[in-house]
Design a protein around this ligand. Structure first.
Ligand SMILES: C[S@@+](CC[C@H](N)C(=O)[O-])C[C@H]1O[C@@H](n2cnc3c(N)ncnc32)[C@H](O)[C@@H]1O
Length: 236
């Protein structure tokens, strides 16, 4: 079975789809997410992705990654504090009082950039291209460049196949998610829907809901998994 690496694997949205398409998967996350019966579904390595060197993935045929998106999402919100942070990061004015986030653009994008460093190191180590798909939010585009494609609120960078299936079902279409006062909130950004703020209620902790809402939807992960499994079968 081909091996895929899931960086920032969380609850394993990428991994679930890849397993279903016949991949072996090893996930890396700084934290073991366990919320009752919900947990990462494959082998998990609890490690800071920044400490990884791509040469350890010489046996991998695919890398998928979902670096954290909270800061990008927050700055995409239509309120003054987010705009002030974005301006300060660009060298225009001061950071707001009590701000504890990234202070430079390099700091802001370092986990996103680490994915591409790891891919480059892996490819150099093995002497061939190992494809990688990185998922994040629309708000990241202002800082890391345009995405190749999006599935609802899931924006994709890297080696995104052009001909992956189209789905009627999008999880959280046009929605950005953030945590405020320990409550999970969503903000609709779709042009077709009115801007509104929703406080998400219901069972479970805010951290479970945040992890679950960030989970890559199965149709998307299966589609990428199927595309690269077929390609791997043809080439490898
Ligand atoms: C957007 S979530 C991943 C969602 C995941 N793809 C899914 O489908 O469930 C980002 C994850 O990055 C993890 N994380 C944050 N900083 C990290 C770091 N430095 N190294 C490894 N994981 C990190 C968080 O614990 C979180 O699970």
């Amino acid at each position: 079975m081909p091996l895929a690496i899931d960086l920032f694997c969380g609850l394993g949205g990428w991994t679930e789809g890849l397993l279903a398409e016949g991949w072996d998967v090893v996930g890396f996350d700084i934290k073991r997410h366990v919320y009752g019966e919900h947990h990462y579904p494959a082998q998990l390595v609890v490690q800071d992705v920044l400490t990884l060197h791509g040469s350890q993935f010489r046996d991998a045929s695919l890398i998928v990654a979902s670096p954290p998106c909270q800061e990008f999402s927050y700055m995409a919100m239509p309120w003054r504090r987010g705009k002030q942070i974005a301006a300060a990061l660009r060298g225009d004015g001061e950071f707001p009082e009590g701000y504890t986030g990234s202070r430079t653009v390099a700091d802001l994008t370092r986990l996103f950039d680490a994915c591409f460093r790891i891919q480059r190191e892996a490819c150099e180590a093995v002497g061939r291209k190992i494809p990688m798909v990185v998922e994040n939010v629309r708000g990241a585009e202002s800082w890391v460049g345009r995405s190749k494609r999006n599935f609802g609120s899931f924006y994709l960078w890297g080696d995104v196949p052009l001909l992956i299936g189209r789905y009627k079902f999008f999880k959280n279409p046009g929605t950005e998610v953030y945590i405020r006062n320990n409550k999970l909130c969503t903000h609709r950004t779709s042009r077709t829907s009115r801007t509104r703020l929703t406080r998400v209620t219901g069972a479970g902790s805010a951290s479970y809901q945040a992890a679950n809402i960030a989970k890559v939807p199965m149709p998307l992960s299966r589609s990428i998994g199927r595309f690269y499994a077929r390609k791997f079968a043809r080439v490898g």
